[in-house]
Design a protein around this ligand. Structure first.
Ligand SMILES: O=P([O-])([O-])O[C@@H]1[C@H](O)[C@H](O)[C@@H](O)[C@H](O)[C@H]1O
Ligand SMILES: [Mg+2]
Ligand SMILES: [Mg+2]
Length: 294
């Protein structure tokens, strides 16, 4: 017996939102570049290495107000809005996940890797991601099922399967307590002893992870970052043919991520790297009540 054919509603592809997001990322990049060489007033957030400037806050407000004007029903998770007390809640509604400047420490020091990161989810599934590495003028984007691109050119991971031939990117992050620091440094020690070809850190999770999408790096892992740091670059890596995972299924709220050129490299990293406890960004079990999948 065949089930009766029911006409499906035309599948929304969210390309209009993607195009709008790209145009906003370009505007935001201009604001970031204008401020890049100027003196900045710097404030601390959760630790002496967790910084915010007036530009982070202004760029986020600009992005959210422009999106809200065009899509009044959409919701937001923005790094600086959450820091200002807005709830961090992912629902099934269309949601923009925004990091107005990923790499604020770089921005403050004029170390030339800073990015605007914008992801868009519906039903807790990421539909597209945009990462604009402003100083490099590199625009990465990916849409679910449609591939990943850098300045319009298709991206592919390296496909490397042998950990001992990998360049691995990671970040130390803003945590400065003893347990976090000893875990993070011993992870690097263990990877170098495998050995791997090299360990790198650019100071922006979003741009780091996009290196895996380009094939310039073979893997990336990070513990302690937040969903806005990696939501956009996760879909970019996946659409470039990479693997994005956690110790288990990828969950953007878990504050742990492994992105790799192949599942064998991802598995090897997950065997070597230890995590320290971090409070989830939101939700309980992965995929449930606010957890989010790719
Ligand atoms: O604060 P921010 O500059 O947006 O984001 C930070 C950067 O991505 C950094 O590379 C990472 O190590 C931190 O964990 C993030 O918080
Ligand atoms: Mg960030
Ligand atoms: Mg930021």
């Amino acid at each position: 017996l065949h089930a009766p054919r029911t006409p499906h509603a035309a599948m929304a592809d969210w390309t209009d939102c993607l195009d709008f997001g790209i145009s906003l990322a370009k505007q935001a990049s201009e604001a970031v570049l204008t401020a890049f060489n100027r003196q900045k007033e710097v404030k601390l957030k959760s630790s002496p290495a967790d910084l915010v400037t007036e530009t982070d806050q202004r760029v986020e407000k600009m992005l959210i107000s422009a999106i809200r004007k065009r899509y009044p029903q959409h919701r937001f998770i923005g790094e600086e809005s959450v820091a200002a007390g807005e709830p961090l809640e992912l629902t099934d509604r269309p949601t923009w996940i925004i990091d107005p400047i990923d790499g604020t420490v770089n921005f403050v020091h004029r170390f030339p890797f800073v990015a605007i990161s914008i992801a868009f989810t519906v039903n807790k599934q990421t539909e597209f991601g945009i990462v604009y590495s402003c100083v490099e003028d590199k625009l990465f984007h990916a849409q679910r099922g449609r591939g990943a691109f850098l300045n319009g050119e298709p991206l592919h991971v390296s496909g490397q399967e042998d950990i001992s031939r990998c360049v691995v990117v990671t970040e130390i992050g803003a945590e400065r307590d003893d347990l976090a620091l000893s875990t993070l440094t011993s992870n690097i020690f263990r990877l170098l002893k495998l050995p791997v070809h090299g360990v790198r850190a650019l100071g922006t999770a979003a741009v780091d992870m996009c290196q895996v999408a380009t094939g310039g790096a073979d893997a990336y892992y990070h513990i302690g970052m937040h969903c806005w740091d990696i939501a956009a670059s996760a879909i970019i890596v996946k659409e470039a043919g990479g693997v994005v995972t956690d110790t288990d299924e990828f969950d953007m709220m878990s504050r742990r991520v492994i992105a790799a050129s192949s599942s064998s490299v991802a598995n090897r990293i997950s065997q070597v790297v230890r995590a320290f406890p971090c409070r989830r960004d939101c939700g309980g079990a992965p995929g449930a009540n606010g957890g989010a999948a790719l």
